[in-house]
Design a protein around this ligand. Structure first.
Ligand SMILES: CC(C)(COP(=O)(O)OP(=O)(O)OC[C@H]1O[C@@H](n2cnc3c(N)ncnc32)[C@H](O)[C@@H]1OP(=O)(O)O)[C@@H](O)C(=O)NCCC(=O)NCCS
Length: 331
């Protein structure tokens, strides 16, 4: 009978093999960096759980701890991420058992998840909220056309891509001039630009968070800090599965028009960098509305929460692409 253990109690080779089976595209990154990703050791007692059969890892429930602030008080919560049971072990109750054990790690639980896991979570008392989405725009179209309609359709890619780029250029004509630079190493200074301390409920983006999510990120070099109109933002440019991706990860606090203008500035920057795909995520209405005419594809995100602390958990939590593992899911 498989048993549940902390990930650090699994054999390293067994964890590596599980990542290769369950998350093949991200396996190399996870095997090397899982302790960074899940902030192991930073929040005592909180780390991913694994389902082990003999010494073989056959299931995994990842946890990313985060500090939430509500009405001036701070509380630890955990994001449920990288939840998977190997096919031979599915539909036997292991997913539910692992979820219950995972929930015992921390009394405040939040997640973005898919239909399969949402079905399980709703059965054990989680509450769903639908206020977040992903917005994106492909500028290189040969690849997507070939995948969807076959190799012949790829021939239309260059012309359609040219049209898409011309449209982004036109839509971003009035974008503010931004300065981009590598992330500064001053975690406290960066936190001040990114954390909106005036929000009644928020993810606390203090120096500790900045150090983990940005400065100690194994792929830190792919990030830049952008500034315009008194607003700071974090963009990321990287190669993933053969495509050059530009992600708008986070827009810090500031006047609403300057925050919305940052979305335009991001799109223009991504175009100038030769990006194949533009992407952002979250539930910030001002940012999503500004993005709608440019990043025309929209996909809803399923969010759910669980815990007795309903005053904190039942109110909308402002999120952006930098939260949970949205951006980190891209290999
Ligand atoms: C989502 C996932 C982790 C669920 O794991 P699981 O071990 O299959 O979950 P459970 O066995 O607890 O529940 C799944 C189903 O099996 C049923 N079940 C539980 N014990 C059972 C048993 N002994 N016999 C038959 N069915 C059983 C459950 O009632 C449930 O049925 P339902 O979907 O009709 O409600 C798994 O499907 C998975 O790894 N999927 C691929 C990765 C993925 O999508 N992860 C979520 C990312 S957000």
């Amino acid at each position: 009978m498989p048993e549940i253990r902390k990930a650090s109690a699994a054999q390293e080779g067994a964890l590596r093999r599980f990542y290769a089976d369950a998350f093949p595209e991200r396996a190399a990154f996870l095997a090397e960096h899982w302790e960074w990703l899940y902030r192991v050791g930073r929040f005592p007692g909180i780390e991913p759980l694994v389902l082990v059969d003999g010494e073989r890892v056959v299931g995994h429930a990842g946890a990313i701890p985060v500090v939430l602030s509500h009405d001036g008080l701070q509380h630890t919560a955990i994001w449920f991420v990288d939840f998977s049971i190997l096919p031979a072990y599915q539909a036997k109750g292991h997913g539910q058992a692992l979820t219950m054990a995972w929930m015992a790690l921390c009394p405040r639980r939040i997640t973005f998840c898919n239909d399969l896991s949402m079905r399980l979570f709703l059965k054990i008392g989680w509450t769903e909220r639908a206020d977040a989405s992903v917005r994106s725009l492909p500028l290189e179209l040969s690849g997507p056309l070939a995948r969807r309609y076959g190799p012949l359709a790829a021939a239309a890619g260059p012309a359609l891509g040219f049209g898409a780029r011309a449209l982004v250029k036109a839509l971003t004509l009035g974008a503010p001039k931004i300065e981009t630079k590598p992330l500064p190493l001053d975690a406290g200074g960066l936190a001040e630009r990114l954390d909106d301390a005036s929000a009644p409920t928020r993810v606390v983006r203090d120096a500790d968070w900045v150090r983990w999510r940005l400065l100690e990120n194994p792929r830190r070099e792919e990030h830049v800090l952008a500034e315009a109109g008194g607003v700071s933002a974090v963009f990321r440019l990287f190669d993933s599965l053969g495509r050059k991706r530009a992600h708008l990860l986070h827009v810090g606090p500031g006047p609403a028009p300057a925050r919305a203008a940052m979305v335009k500035a991001f799109a223009r920057w991504a175009l100038d960098q030769g990006a194949d795909d533009l992407w952002m995520a979250g539930n910030d209405e001002a940012l999503l509305s500004a993005a709608a005419p440019i990043l025309r594809r929209s996909r809803p995100l399923r969010y759910a929460w669980h815990g007795a602390d309903t005053a904190l958990l039942s109110v909308p939590l402002p999120t952006q692409g930098i939260d949970s593992d949205h951006d980190l899911m891209f290999p």
